[in-house]
Design a protein around this ligand. Structure first.
Ligand code: HEM
Length: 413
């Protein structure tokens, strides 16, 4: 097998259940040019250095024609008519938008936002698990891991409960639109995704107007009632940001919870420990983010100038893929990297990226996964996988099971 075709194999659906041996192969050349022109960066220190290097851009408009990179469809923001959200922008514009979006979400202005949600998240999880009382088998994705983050983000943004179902449909269509490997007609998928995005944008604009008149305890209300004009997002920036928050925290959190249960069921001694020691959830979730990261790689970076790294020159304008999941298993960084060890102490993983684009929602995602896994461990009686490996989603970037069938012996408590 040649280095130049490894990314193609990694994105091939046939390898979705276990891409890790291919990552090990990829790491033999830390920076490798793939046959389609993409530069794959697969080792920990090289990924880290690029994530902190201002010579690479997150804005794909900096790609030069003829440099290749056809393995994945371009970013979801591309043909929507909306300007790119800050995940696809570079400093200083990125920093301005991120700072304004962060004002109502976290420190320094709103340090307690996520902390104060704990009780509510706990009640949401309790309610979802209570709903499984009559069941002996569950699809963890459809019955739990998917609805939970949708409820949470709707609550945060201030979307009324009765509109959640519409949100769900839009999100599915948008995510399907960016799935590079779906078997459905790409033009039709793109069209449906764009329609969903427009409708979601229009809906959010209406909701923002309602919140301006009657503000609540939510992000949109805080954004539209910001008094200082220098600290306020424009209406279009607010919509783009709300759509980003909604999408970014969606399939990622679903996959963290689902990969989490899958890994726990494959490691029953850890599951048993979590049942008795709920505080294990904190290091456990960190190890999951290293071991089975929901974002496997970042395929949107571009070199702004020639970059010499690990003996290879990445030319200006070339597409770069930072293979986070491979860096997370790099034996030069992590001891015994293929071992799932919830007590790992030295665990600076790339699950949430690193550098200026470090995940905005990390504190929320961590809390959601900790609460979900602790309650699932405690309340599902004698659970076991009905199928292993489970069927995976087609998407190689946001990797996770599409279904996770778990057989169990009733709900406890
Ligand atoms: C387990 C769940 C999650 C994972 C694994 C995850 C992972 C990531 C990663 C790897 C990045 C870096 C992207 C890059 O460098 O290009 C990122 C950025 C981001 N995430 Fe998350 N994320 C999760 C949940 C969330 C949630 C719940 C939210 C929103 C509430 C969120 C909002 C964002 C935003 C806005 C960015 C862009 C930050 C920036 O460009 O400055 N994420 N996430």
């Amino acid at each position: 097998m040649t280095q130049g075709t490894l990314l193609k194999q990694i994105t091939d659906y046939a390898n979705r259940a276990d891409p890790y041996p291919l990552y090990a192969e990829l790491r033999r050349t830390p920076v490798s040019r793939q046959d389609d022109g993409v530069y794959a960066v697969s080792t920990y220190w090289e990924i880290l250095s690029l994530l902190h290097d201002p010579r690479i851009s997150s804005d794909t408009r900096n790609r030069l024609p003829g440099m290749g990179g056809t393995l994945l469809a371009d970013s979801e923001e591309e043909d929507t008519g909306l300007p790119p959200s800050f995940i696809r922008l570079d400093p200083p514009e990125h920093d301005r938008l991120r700072r304004l979006a962060m004002r109502p979400f976290g420190p320094p202005h709103t340090p307690r936002r996520i902390h104060d949600l704990r009780g509510e998240l706990d009640r949401m999880v309790t309610g979802l698990i209570d709903g499984l009382r009559d069941r002996r088998e569950v699809d963890l994705v459809d019955d739990f891991a998917y609805p939970f983050p949708v409820m949470v983000i709707c609550r945060l943004l201030g979307v009324p409960h009765e509109d959640e179902a519409r949100f769900h449909v839009w999100a599915e269509q948008i995510v399907a639109g960016i799935d590079p490997s779906s078997s459905e007609d790409p033009a039709q998928r793109q069209e449906a995704a764009q329609r969903a995005r427009t409708e979601l944008g229009r809906y959010l604009a209406g909701l923002a107007e309602e919140h301006r008149r009657t503000p609540g305890d939510d992000l949109l209300s805080a954004m539209v009632t910001e008094q200082d004009p220098r600290e306020r997002l424009t209406p279009i920036e607010m919509i783009t940001t709300a759509v980003l928050l909604f999408i970014a925290g969606h399939e990622t959190t679903v996959n963290l919870i689902t990969n989490g249960m899958l890994t726990l069921l494959r490691n029953p001694e850890t599951l048993a420990r979590l049942r008795k020691e709920p505080e294990l959830a904190v290091p456990l979730v960190e190890e999951l983010l290293r071991f089975e990261p929901p974002v496997q790689f970042l395929p949107q970076r571009t070199a702004l100038t020639d970059i010499d790294l690990a003996g290879t020159v990445i030319p200006k304008g070339a597409p770069i893929w930072l293979v986070l999941a491979s860096g997370n298993r790099d034996p030069r960084r992590f001891e015994d990297p293929d071992r799932f060890d919830p007590e790992r102490v030295d665990n600076q993983h790339f699950g949430f990226g690193s550098g200026v684009h470090y995940c905005f929602g990390a504190p929320l995602a961590r809390l959601e996964a900790q609460i979900a896994l602790t309650q699932l461990a405690r309340r599902l009686g004698d659970p076991g996988l009905a199928e292993d490996p489970p069927p995976y989603r087609r998407n190689p970037v946001l990797r996770g099971p599409r279904h996770l069938r778990i057989a169990f012996d009733g709900v406890v408590g």
